[in-house]
Design a protein around this ligand. Structure first.
Ligand SMILES: O=C(O)CCC(=O)C(=O)O
Ligand SMILES: [Fe+2]
Length: 261
């Protein structure tokens, strides 16, 4: 399960920044695969794939190296603990910020977007439980000043609604706009950020003129929680049996083979 260090930091801050999570070979393979997805004209993509602005839908299924990230050993024990060993992958989108395209996103979280009762963060028996998890493998470097992800550390446990007046009304475009308390996370290619949708977060403008920011957005919930996201048969047919099982909805009591050690 999680290491004591990971558990402490995730509980206090609401996110983990795992440095050098991918090996150089894994990173290079994933970068090449995302390039192939992005370079393929949309009408020549394999069935089931589509591009929606900066979202390359089902990016995780485009290549086996990307699919392998869905249970990557760097964070798989964390997803297992957070879901009480009942993991389900909901989706895996490749998201790309290109130079010159606006990427600003105001502060948001599940509590604010879906309602206070929508999402749980709890601790039981010395472990963390959380029913809406996002994992972001980074395929490009983010340097301080570039832009990208904002987090409000500790907000995953907020007991009160966020007053609208705080934090620049929730909208920050560049690092100069960031008020005290908000943090711009700047991972390197091959790093992975794990957080909860309960943690208040936002997105700065992507400023580099000659570099993009490619991240995979992997979403997990407990296997019995929330709506099952439909995904096309053409995508399912490409996947390993273990990945299909990871995406299955099951009863609380069911134990998936992928969590049997
Ligand atoms: O772009 C990011 O780093 C975060 C994306 C996100 O949280 C969102 O799209 O809601
Ligand atoms: Fe978000």
């Amino acid at each position: 399960m999680m290491t004591p260090e990971q558990r402490y930091l995730f509980d206090v801050f609401g996110y983990l920044h795992l440095e050098n999570a991918l090996s150089p070979d894994e990173l290079a393979a994933c970068q090449n695969a995302t390039k192939r997805y992005m370079d393929t004209p949309e009408d020549q993509l394999p069935p089931g794939f589509e591009v929606d602005g900066q979202r390359y839908v089902h990016g995780f299924a485009f290549d086996k190296c990307l699919e392998a990230l869905t249970r990557h050993p760097s964070f798989w024990p964390i997803v297992r603990e957070l879901t009480n060993d009942r993991p389900r992958l909901l989706s895996g989108t490749l998201q790309v910020n290109r130079p010159g395209e606006s990427s600003v996103g105001g502060l948001h979280c599940a509590r604010e977007g879906f309602g206070w009762e929508s999402t749980r963060y709890e601790t039981h028996h010395g472990k963390i439980y959380c029913d809406d998890i996002i994992v972001f493998p980074y395929l490009d470097d983010v340097n301080p000043g570039d832009g990208g992800l904002l987090v409000l550390p500790g907000s995953h446990k907020a007991a009160f609604p966020r007053p609208e007046s705080l934090f620049n009304e929730g909208v920050m475009r560049t690092v100069e706009d960031i008020p005290p308390g908000v943090v711009n996370v700047t991972p390197k290619a091959g790093d992975i950020v794990v957080t909860s949708e309960l943690m208040t977060h936002g997105i700065l403008e992507w400023l580099p003129k000659d570099r993009m920011r490619r991240i995979l957005v992997l979403r997990y919930k407990p296997q019995h929680a929330g709506l099952a996201m439909p995904y096309p048969d053409e995508i399912k047919e490409r996947l390993e049996p273990e990945t299909v099982e990871l995406m299955e909805t099951n009863h609380y009591t069911h134990v998936k083979d992928i969590v049997k050690d």
